[in-house]
Design a protein around this ligand. Structure first.
Ligand code: TXA
Ligand code: MG
Length: 367
C-alpha cells in the first residue's frame, strides 16, 4: 500500500487483494470514500444510506447535487430493502442480467436518503459483476452509492490511473483492479412507472431487454436531444465526457451511389479519411495540436504520429472499451482539435455514439 497526499485528503492506493479490500471496506463503514473497479467504469463509492457520504461524493466530483447516484448492491434480496413496487419485469431483468451492467430504477423506500437520489422519489439500483466490487460491498456491509469516479465533465475512468489523475487528495482510497472490461457506463432502464424506458444506452441493448420483457421505449431526448426537454435521467442533461479540445465527428452522408456494398464501404471510408486529413492539415499548418481518432484497421489512412486508435472495426466492444481512454489521451497530449471517425454502424454503436456525440457537443461534419 502506497500513500499519497497531494491535496488535502490522504489517498491510499490499494490493490484488489482481500487484505486491501478489507481496508477499503473499513473506510466505507466509517463514512469515507473509496474508488473501485466495476465491469463498466470505475466508481466513486460511499455509504448510500448516509446523506453525509453522498454529500461528500458530490463534493469530491464537483457534481451538481440534483444528479442522483446509483446504489450498488451485492445480492438481489437487497432490492426489497431499497425499493417498492418491484414489478415482474424488474424481477426478470434482475434474474437475467445481474450481476452485470444493468441499472434499474424503482420507487424508493424511505430508508434511501434524498441526498442519494437527488430528491427524486425513485432509486437507481445495480449489482455489478466485477469481483472486487462485489467483495467490497459484501465486506463493508453497506450499500454503495457510486457515480463514475471522474471529476464532473471529464471522461469516465476506465483505469485506476485515470481515477488517480482526478481524485488523488479528494478521497480516502483507490482500489486498482486493472483496466475495466466494458468501458462505458451501465444501461439504465426505468421500471418505476408505465412502459419500461431506457434512460441511458449501454452494453445491455434494447433488443436484449425486449427479448425478455416485451416492448421497451427509449427516452426521446436520447434520440433527439432538445435543450427544452429534460431527460429523465438528470445526469444525461449535463455536458459529460468532454475532452478539453474541440472534438468533431466525421460521418458519411446517406449514400446514393449504385456501387456494390463492399465498394460503397471503401468509398465511404476514403471520403471520411480525406475530410479528416484535410481538416488535420489545415489546423496543423495553423500551429494547433491535432489528434485523430480511428479504429486500428484504418491506421494506414492517417498520419501515425497524431493518430489515437480506438478498437477494431470488427468488434464494437473493443471501441467502447477504448473510448474514454482515447479521449483522455487527447487531453494529455494537449489537443486543441480532435477529429473522430463515426462508430454508428458498429456493435454497441448506439451506446458508443451517445457518449461520443456528447463529447463532441453534437458537432458532426457530414461528407
Ligand atoms: O456503470 C455505471 O452505472 C457506473 C458504475 C460506477 O456503476 N456508474 C455511473 O454513475 O455511471 P453516474 O452517477 O456517473 O451516472 C448515473 C446516472 C446519471 O445519469 C443519473 O442522472 C442517473 O443515473 N440516475 C440515477 N438515479 C436516477 C433516478 N432515480 N432516476 C433517473 N435517473 C437516475
Ligand atoms: Mg458519470
Amino acid at each position: 500500500m502506497q500513500i499519497s497526499n497531494t491535496n488535502n485528503i490522504e489517498t491510499h492506493f490499494l490493490s484488489d487483494s482481500h487484505e486491501d479490500i478489507l481496508i477499503a471496506a473499513d473506510i466505507l463503514k466509517n463514512g469515507g470514500l473509496v474508488a473501485f473497479p466495476t465491469e463498466t467504469v470505475y466508481g466513486l463509492g460511499g455509504n448510500a444510506l448516509s446523506p453525509e457520504a453522498s454529500g461528500a461524493i458530490y463534493a469530491a466530483k464537483g457534481r451538481p447535487s440534483d444528479n442522483p447516484l446509483i446504489v450498488h448492491i451485492c445480492d438481489t434480496a437487497s432490492v426489497n430493502e431499497l425499493a417498492n413496487n418491484i414489478t415482474e419485469e424488474a424481477k426478470v431483468l434482475m434474474e437475467a442480467f445481474w450481476p452485470g451492467p444493468l441499472t434499474i430504477i424503482l420507487p424508493k423506500k424511505d430508508i434511501v436518503p434524498d441526498a442519494t437520489t437527488g430528491g427524486l422519489k425513485t432509486v437507481a439500483i445495480r449489482m455489478p459483476s466485477h469481483p472486487a466490487a462485489l467483495e467490497l460491498i459484501r465486506e463493508s456491509g453497506v450499500y454503495i452509492a457510486a457515480p463514475s469516479a471522474n471529476i464532473s465533465g471529464r471522461p469516465s475512468p476506465t483505469t485506476a490511473q485515470h481515477v488517480a489523475e482526478d481524485m488523488t487528495g479528494r478521497i480516502e482510497a483507490i482500489i486498482d483492479g486493472g483496466p475495466v472490461g466494458i468501458g462505458i457506463e451501465s444501461t439504465i432502464v426505468d421500471l418505476s412507472s408505465g412502459l419500461p424506458t431506457i434512460l441511458r444506452p449501454g452494453y445491455i441493448t434494447k433488443k436484449m431487454l425486449e427479448e425478455l420483457i416485451g416492448e421497451v421505449s427509449i427516452d426521446p431526448t436520447l434520440i433527439h436531444p432538445d435543450p427544452n426537454i429534460r431527460p429523465k435521467a438528470p445526469g444525461m442533461k449535463y455536458t459529460h465526457y468532454a475532452p478539453k479540445g474541440e472534438l468533431s465527428i466525421i460521418e458519411r452522408n446517406e449514400d446514393v451511389s449504385d456501387s456494390s456494398p463492399e465498394e460503397k464501404k471503401a468509398e465511404a471510408e476514403a471520403a471520411v479519411a480525406d475530410t479528416i486529413n484535410a481538416l488535420y492539415k489545415e489546423k496543423k499548418s495553423q500551429g494547433f495540436t491535432v489528434k485523430v481518432l480511428a479504429p486500428n484497421e484504418h491506421s494506414y489512412l492517417y498520419d501515425e504520429k497524431d493518430l489515437i486508435t480506438v478498437g477494431s472495426t470488427t468488434d464494437g466492444i473493443t471501441v467502447a472499451a477504448r473510448l474514454y481512454g482515447a479521449l483522455r489521451e487527447c487531453d494529455d497530449a494537449g489537443a486543441d482539435f480532435i477529429y473522430s471517425e463515426s462508430f454508428r454502424d458498429y456493435e454497441l454503436g448506439g451506446a458508443i455514439m451517445n457518449r461520443l456525440l456528447k463529447a463532441a457537443g453534437h458537432r458532426v461534419i457530414y461528407v
